[in-house]
Write a protein of this length. Structure first.
Lengths: 646, 267
């Protein structure tokens, strides 16, 4: 029986609107644990108010004829030494037990808030002293602190409330310190500070509202702990004193007659357990509900659907026999709170040997998900559908997961935007690369390490022998990205999927990574699928560009045509929006009005129609098909090639 | 009439022996009614310099002057230099409406009615519908949020705005709206702007003067057109050669790094 420290911290303030926040709380009640805990907690609170009002008389009725009776029909859990009915006493005790636990929690939270927020108000120097004090306080076990304070504050209900509150305060203070520190780093707090807003005001307006959610969760869990703590103190005779009674006190008196009437001790014990569980489970399920993304029920039905769809559409690019990758009608579906969302819709593409294809689009266009789907990296509850998905001639839609992993592990390399999160920070670089070869090529440990060093050299990492012994944090960003490419080259890949590989890098380093990819492609005849929001990056490395909008390919054209020969108005607008070294300084920058389509709300007709200066009635009602012209270029637009007349 | 001047500004983090000099004796002037660009790679100290100007980072040496007088730490005078941040998702308090966020910058003692009118005026100034004052940031796109951040800064009536990579987290399709807004408002209101970016074409488009920072030092500064046409420092030349259509040598003919780039761990 200790007071559980509220240590769970939940990500603060992921920007979400109020409706989704409300639905998140509702989602909590949809999970089995959440629902059970919710009902339990609700019942407990109702009982704590209703029981004292309804049954106080029965509970206090002295009956000297029926002293210390075992359970019977008249007395469900027997009677105490004055013949009072213990069942009713346990029920009525709910009121005081819950009330005192909540009061003690309130004391703990308020004291924690004062201690935790003070360092922000008083500045760093005195703040450090306070923080150390909190850290020392947290080092003592909660119950020990509670006992200590109970002696100081005096025996009785008030003393116990203060004692348990004070004992819980360091844990809450610690939590609040952490949460406050997290919010303080946000730009809006800096902005308010620069705008001359006072510290107290910043605390009230900016910080407290944004730590509220995790605080409520932890207070709920803390209330469970306080309830147990209170029961302990009362049991020891330090808490509630006769004639008042709570569960702990009933437990204490019941224990005296444990051999004659065990139910007298068990009943309040069970009540403590149920109440403690109700608070704890409810807190935990809210924590899970608001920490994790919401999963609606509507999308589940889609998940049940089979992966392979009948091949109805005519396959695109039938002539490419040498294709490394062939994708027809690829879609990615996620369940959402308001039904299934399809961020990638019917994407068809093929990549030939040593070909380099770029995919561009705005954020949310589905370009990264397309890459992940091709690399088979979409995780549940996401669902990938396609009529054809062939890699090096192998059908990835049939066959077992193990076979695919072997093939993809050696022949497909994936490079992500942030190489830091792609490496295990506790393993040496050489080891991490070598692991791949041990796993997929069944090499010995030393062979694999030699290969790793060779690959690091291949991606132009200086002194590869020394570097292989270093940890990821000792590599610079550009070097980590090159090591990531090296990791992909441990096998003999025929395709590298690179998702924004240079976005996190400085321009000069970005150039080196692009050159490296180009060289690997030339020397090893590796095909590249490059995903980027930056048209200029794609045009440096690729032969062909796929332009994506609202989860679909809207244009497929050679890079050489990008600057002047784009046919889709979206492609043209995208190119025009990039300032160059020749942009006219006097005219405003070109922009694309409106905002990208929300994948959960895709309009009928062409998804770009709302932002397109050429849009006609046809565009708004009927989606244009992706048509292939004689030269093999594809475009999905009713008004391709037309020019805006101003 | 407002000129921001950095005089020999030095910012060090950590102790004297194992610490890191993020900004090393930087002198830079943002003249009245102009936009000055500041470029450099990540870790070059440009963001630290920006944060020092708005007192989020204490100076180790030198001083920052506004119109010849040191910028005070508190009081209304300290509000004359304002900053817009890079990340639109963190720029606005998710629990406040955008109207409340903007109103926060208004001078104290503004009446509620005047507040509403001012908020509407500033929203209009950045071309957002004043009816949106009651929206929460989550209901706006990244570009719109950056424009609200701009409106909030303008509400404090600043003389100087520090814009730190304000479009690098935005899609290129909406980058233009924020840049056009900044440029036209600067002209209209006569504010001075320090425009921090790693995007040279953008710096060329936005600024009149520019400075290049490299490992904590300003290695080159001058009229933007001159710096871009005839870069003096090897790092500036390298930066310029990375721009795809700079018209000069294609990237493949690049020599190896012209200068040895020191590592960050110079301890």
């Amino acid at each position: 029986m200790t007071i559980s420290p509220p240590t769970e911290s939940i990500p603060v303030d992921r920007a979400r609107d109020t409706s989704s926040r409300a639905s998140r709380w509702l989602v909590v009640l949809r999970t089995p644990t959440g629902l059970t805990a919710g009902i339990l907690l609700f019942g407990l609170l109702v009982l704590s108010v209703a029981a004292p009002a309804l049954w106080t008389d029965q509970a206090n009725q002295v009956n000297t004829d029926a002293i210390l009776q075992p359970p019977s029909d008249g007395h469900l859990v027997g009677t105490d030494n004055l013949g009072r009915d213990l069942f009713f006493r346990v029920l009525v005790a709910t009121g005081l037990s819950v009330q005192l636990a909540l009061l003690a929690t309130a004391v703990a939270v308020v004291a924690g808030l004062i201690l935790g927020a003070a360092p922000f108000l008083v500045g760093p120097r005195f703040g450090r002293v306070l923080t150390s004090a909190v850290n020392i306080g947290i080092a003592f076990p909660g119950l020990l602190l509670a006992l200590f304070f109970a002696v100081i504050f005096g025996i009785g209900a008030t003393g116990a409330v203060l004692a348990i509150g004070a004992a819980g305060a360091p844990a809450f203070a610690r939590l609040i310190l952490t949460l406050v520190a997290g919010v303080t780093e946000r730009d809006y707090v800096s902005a308010a500070r620069i705008a001359g807003v006072g510290r107290v005001r910043i605390l009230i307006r900016h910080i407290l509202p944004n730590i509220g959610e995790p605080l409520v969760v932890n207070a709920t869990i803390g209330a469970g702990g306080a309830l147990l703590g209170f029961a302990s103190l009362s049991f020891l005779g330090l808490g509630v004193q006769s004639p008042d009674y709570d569960w702990g006190q009933l437990l204490g008196t019941g224990l005296n007659s444990i051999y004659t009437n065990p139910a007298a001790a068990i009943a309040p014990g069970v009540a403590v357990i149920i109440a403690g569980l109700a608070f704890n489970m409810f807190g935990e399920s809210i924590a899970m509900g608001i920490g994790a993304p919401t999963i609606g029920t509507a999308g589940r039905r889609l998940l049940a659907r089979g992966r392979v769809r009948p091949e109805t559409a005519a396959p695109v690019d039938q002539g490419r026999i040498d294709a490394v990758l062939e994708v027809v009608d690829l879609s990615v579906t996620f369940p959402g709170p308001r039904g299934a969302i399809q961020p990638v819709r019917n994407v068809s593409l093929s990549i030939g040997r040593a070909e380099s294809v770029g995919v561009v689009g705005e954020s949310g266009s589905g370009k990264s998900l397309t890459a992940l789907a091709i690399a088979r990296l979409i995780e549940e509850p996401g669902q990938v559908d396609a009529t054809r998905l062939r890699f090096q001639g192998t059908d990835l839609l049939s066959g077992t997961e193990t076979e695919h992993r072997q093939l993809l592990g050696t022949s497909l390399a994936v490079v992500f935007q942030d190489p830091m999160t792609s490496f295990n920070p506790t393993l040496r670089m050489g080891r991490q690369l070598a692991e791949v070869a041990e796993q997929h090529q069944r090499m010995s440990r030393s062979q694999a390490l030699a290969r790793a060093i060779d690959r690091l050299r291949a991606v132009r990492i200086p002194e590869p022998e020394r570097r292989a012994k270093q940890y990821p944090h000792e590599f610079s960003g550009g070097m980590r990205q090159r090591a990531m490419i090296g990791l992909g080259l441990m096998g003999s890949p025929s395709l590298i999927v690179a998702d924004e590989p240079t976005t996190a890098l400085d321009p000069t380093v970005q150039q080196q990574v692009l050159e490296l990819l180009a060289e690997i492609r030339r020397v090893d005849e590796v095909a590249i699928l490059l995903i980027s929001h930056d048209v200029s990056v794609v045009s440096q490395l690729c032969d062909r560009v796929l332009v994506m909008y609202a989860g679909q390919i809207v244009e497929d054209l050679p890079v050489s045509e990008l600057a002047r020969g784009a046919r889709h108005p979206y492609t043209r607008a995208l190119i025009a929006a990039v300032p160059t070294m020749h942009t006219d300084l006097e005219t405003p920058l070109s922009t694309i009005p409106g905002r990208p389509v929300d994948p959960s709300d895709i309009p009928p007709g062409c998804p770009y129609a709302a932002r397109c200066p050429l849009a006609s009635e046809l565009c708004r009602t009927q989606a244009p098909p992706l048509e292939t012209d004689a030269a093999g270029r594809r475009v999905a637009c009713w008004r391709a090639d037309e020019v805006v007349v101003r | 009439m407002s000129e921001l001047r950095f005089n020999d500004v030095t910012v060090r983090f950590g102790g004297s022996r194992r610490g890191l000099t993020a900004v090393d004796q930087v002198s830079l002037t943002v003249p009245d009614n102009s936009i000055v660009g500041l470029v450099g790679e990540s870790g070059s100290g440009k963001s630290t310099l920006a944060r020092a100007a708005v007192r989020l980072v204490p100076l180790t040496g030198g001083c920052i002057e506004l119109d010849g007088k040191p910028v005070p730490r508190r009081g209304p005078e300290s509000r004359r230099v304002q900053m817009i941040f890079q990340d639109p998702s963190s720029a606005l308090n998710p629990r406040m409406t955008i109207g409340e966020s903007i109103a926060e910058g208004l001078p104290r003692g503004t009446s509620p009615a005047a507040r509403r009118a001012e908020v509407a005026r500033f929203l209009e100034l950045v071309h957002l519908n004043p009816a949106r004052a009651s929206y929460s940031p989550a209901q706006l796109s990244g570009g719109q949020r950056q424009r609200v951040a701009l409106a909030r800064v303008l509400a404090t009536r600043p003389d100087v705005i520090i814009a730190d990579e304000i479009t690098s987290a935005l899609d290129v399709s909406i980058q233009g709206t924020v840049i056009n807004e900044l440029k036209s408002l600067q002209r209209e209101l006569g504010i001075s702007v320090l425009f921090i970016s790693h995007n040279l074409p953008l710096v060329r488009y936005v600024t009149q003067r520019m400075a290049v920072m490299y490992f904590g030092r300003v290695v080159e500064q001058g009229q933007t057109a001159d710096v871009l046409a005839d870069p003096q420092h090897p790092y500036t030349r390298e930066l310029l050669s990375q721009v795809p259509d700079s018209g000069g040598n294609p990237p493949h003919d690049l020599p190896e790094r012209p200068v040895p780039i020191p590592t960050r761990s110079t301890r």
